[in-house]
Design a protein around this ligand. Structure first.
Ligand SMILES: [Zn+2]
Length: 109
């Protein structure tokens, strides 16, 4: 298995883990190039993760995955959302500053 495929397999196994733990099920999980965010969740149940999340450390991957999956239950970042993040990902506030990607890295098309 090539390194990139291994990374994707590892990412989807984390998605499965968090889906079970948070008791949510995304309709579709996509991994694609994203420049402004690491992940997103649509109201129709589609979770999108940045392809280069694969290269990030596992703690940050878990944070992004848990955040987006939790949106399937709670669409906003209100008090309940934050309480559940704290319950499941205790260090989430340290990662939260990186959630918006300030300056998109230049990448060839
Ligand atoms: Zn969010």
């Amino acid at each position: 298995m090539r390194a990139h495929e291994h990374g994707r397999a590892q990412l989807s196994s984390r998605v499965r883990y968090w889906s079970e733990r948070l008791k949510v099920e995304a309709r579709i999980i996509r991994v694609q190039r994203m420049t402004r965010k690491w992940g997103s969740c649509s109201t129709t149940g589609i979770i999108t993760l940045a392809d280069d999340l694969i290269e990030q450390e596992p703690d940050f991957q878990d944070f992004v995955i848990a955040h987006e999956l939790l949106h399937l239950r709670i669409p906003t970042h209100g008090r309940l959302f934050k309480a559940l993040m704290t319950a499941h990902v205790p260090g989430w506030r340290d990662h939260d500053v990186r959630r918006q990607r300030a300056s998109p890295l230049p990448r060839s098309p």
